[in-house]
Structure formats: structure tokens, C-alpha cells
Design a protein around this ligand. Sequence first.
Ligand code: AMP
Ligand code: GLY
Length: 424
Amino acid sequence: MNILLLGSGGREHAFAYKISQSPHCQQLFIAPGNPGTEKHGKNVSISAIDFPAIEKFVLENNIEMIVVGPEEPLVKGIFDFFEQSTVVPELPVIGPSAAGAQLEGSKDFAKDFMIRNNIPTAGSSTFTAENIQEAFSFLDEHATPIVLKADGLAAGKGVVICQTREEAKNELSEMLHGKFGAAGNKVVIEEFLDGIEMSVFVLTDGTHYKLLPTAKDYKRVGEKDTGLNTGGMGAISPVPFADAVLMKKVETQIIQPTIAGLQKEQIVYKGFIYFGLMIVKGEPLVIEYNCRMGDPETEAVLPRIKSDLVELFLGVAHANLQEVHLEILPYSAATVVLTAKGYPQEYEKGKLIENLGQTTECLVFHAGTRKRANGDIETNGGRVIAVTAFAGNLSKALKIANRNAAIIAFEGKYYRKDIGMDVM
Ligand code: AMP
Ligand code: GLY
């Protein structure tokens, strides 16, 4: 069948790589894609949020499945758009309904959902500009550090950890007065959890789920987890400390109540759920939900899946995911992200990328790249390339990933050389 994948980052390059290996996939199209996805299918220049243009493309190219990479089309209701489409009826969209995507689209919704469904999470309260004085009192009554979260999508920048009450009050005022636009109309103030983070992913058809390989993301720009927050500077999979005892708690206390809660609340969800967890003294708590796969976690997780991903997607579409087998390779994967000078703040673009053909024993996923007229590849984003290596153990995988990260060259290239070191 013909498949349309939406998105243009490293995550989508990893999806394109994996989807194109499936015998079910006749033709793969990626909208809009990047020079990396182009190696596994055909890029089409349609925006992932232009639903009418996507619908027209689906009709003209006999697309039989849409796979959604990023959150924005999901929060904007792409699932619902195609569910209601009379032009291309019954087209499976891998991703939740707009109501389900609210788990990521509204932190306030996600908090209420967790409370209603008894899912362990940090204590919190939500405030608006109308009750800012109450918010200030709330801050006076609570310990620091404390976490402020803009309610809506804020391109990964909406979470601020404040070390003092004064900082928290200033940040809160700025958020409620438009720092993140409408995304900050509501702000969740949340207890700071001191623990170790990990990411857990499931693919669900709304009733059944498959637990995908665990991953750990490295969000801070600097080594030893210092400096500004980024989209993610690297990832490892599996997470060495995620043993059977912890994963049993994650499944029974978090994953199963989440899926049961969605069902009980009649929220249609056929796609990935990303559980951002903090493990505090051996107990998992949810710090965030995302309605999609993580980036760069996908680049470490998907290469470890041996099974046919499209077969799993068909299980989602037909609501018989329990009948599809998921086989995970017993390797460790490590992903190192190469970023442009300045990232995560203003960064440079248009730098020639060299030595892409010189890498060995690894997968090179394009994130923010662009092809020049002469075929050369140049930088076109903050996160430029994600290098994934896998091996029998994490230490070997990291060594290979770092070796190749050093080989790829562009002016201003930066990467963290300590990915995975904290858990070894
Ligand atoms: P997010 O943008 O939701 O991914 O959050 C960014 C980062 O903020 C997370 O990866 C955590 O490191 C941190 N964070 C979020 N919530 C909390 C919390 N309640 N306690 C401690 N750290 C948090
Ligand atoms: N790597 C974090 C995220 O995808 O949200």
C-alpha cells in the first residue's frame, strides 16, 4: 500500500527508514520530509498542517495510511478531519484524535486526566491572569525549586524550573502576559520532582497496547545536564535501570490506567503515547505526556524493533494490535545529536555538511538539513543530524556513535560527548 508520513525531522527520517523496509509499503511519501527521508521515499512539499492539501494528495495518490510524526497536526485535529472526510473515507491515521492529543496539547487537561484516573504525578495547581494573586500566594506557600508549565504547545520551551520564589513570580507574570502567546493563558505550577528521568512509549489501538523499547533523552544543551533545555541532544535505549520491577509498576500504575482512562472517557486514541517519567526513589511519576514519539528517542528506539512497523500500524488501524507480534532486538542503541552553533537559542543555518559518506557502522538521520541546487547538503535547523549506533552493550554503542559524530563536519558543529555516561 501507499503510505504518507507527515513531518520533517530526525524522528521522521527514522520512521521513513523503518516504514520503507516493510513489504506492506509499496510507495512511501513524506510531507514535507527532508534530504534524509528522500532516501526512503518521495518528499512532497505539503505542510503537515494543511489538511485539505493532504486530503487532495491522498486522493490523487491512492494513499491508504497516514502516519503522523509531530504533535501539531494531531492537536489541530488531523485524525478527526480524516474520520469525517467523505472524499477519502475510512483512511487510517496513525495518531490520536484531537481530544486524545490534549494529553500533550494542554498540560492542565493532562493533569486533570491523571488525577481523575489515579495516575501518579507531581502535585500541581493551575492559574490564569484573573487569579494571579492566588498564584503568588500559592508560590509563597510552596518550596522551591518549583516548576512552571505553560498550558499549551510552546515548541518545547514552555517548562521553566524556578530556583527562587521571586524568579517564579516574574516568570509566572511573563507567561500569563503573553510570553508564549495563547499557550500561556493558563499556567500549571507543579511540585519539583527530584529523581531520574526516562521515556516510555506505547503504540495503542485504543484497547490493546505494545510496549516499545525504553529510552533516556538528554534534554540539556551542556554536558553533565547543564545549560538550557533543548529538544533533546541524544538518547539511549534501553534504559539500564529500567528493570522488570520498575517496568511492572510503570505498566500497572501508569500505562494501563492511562489507556483505561481514555476508554472510559470515550477519547479515541490510535497511535503513540509518550510517557515522560521521573523515577523518584524507585517509584515512577508522570511529568508529561506527549501524543507522538520522542525526538531523538525515536532514532534510538525504532532501529531496535525487528518487527514490521507497518504490520503494527495495521493492527492499530484494525483494532487487533494484540494479534501482532512485536520483537525487539537485544542490542543497545545510542543516538548523538549534532547541533548548529547557537542552538537552542538563535542558530546559524546554511553551513555545508561534509563527510556524510565517511561514517561507518551507524545510521545517520537527517534532522535540520537542506539540499543545495548542486546536491550538497547544508544545515537548516538547530538540531542538524542524529547519529545512531547499536552494539551488544551501551558502552560500545556510544563509542561508535561518538566516533561517527566526530567524522561528520560543518562549521559550528556541537554535540554532547557524555550521552549515556550517567547511567553506565
Ligand atoms: P517538558 O518540556 O515537559 O519535556 O519538560 C522539560 C523538562 O523539565 C523535563 O524533561 C524535566 O527535566 C523537567 N521537568 C518537568 N516537570 C518537572 C517536575 N515536576 N520536576 C522536575 N523536573 C521537571
Ligand atoms: N525528546 C523529547 C521530546 O520529543 O519531547
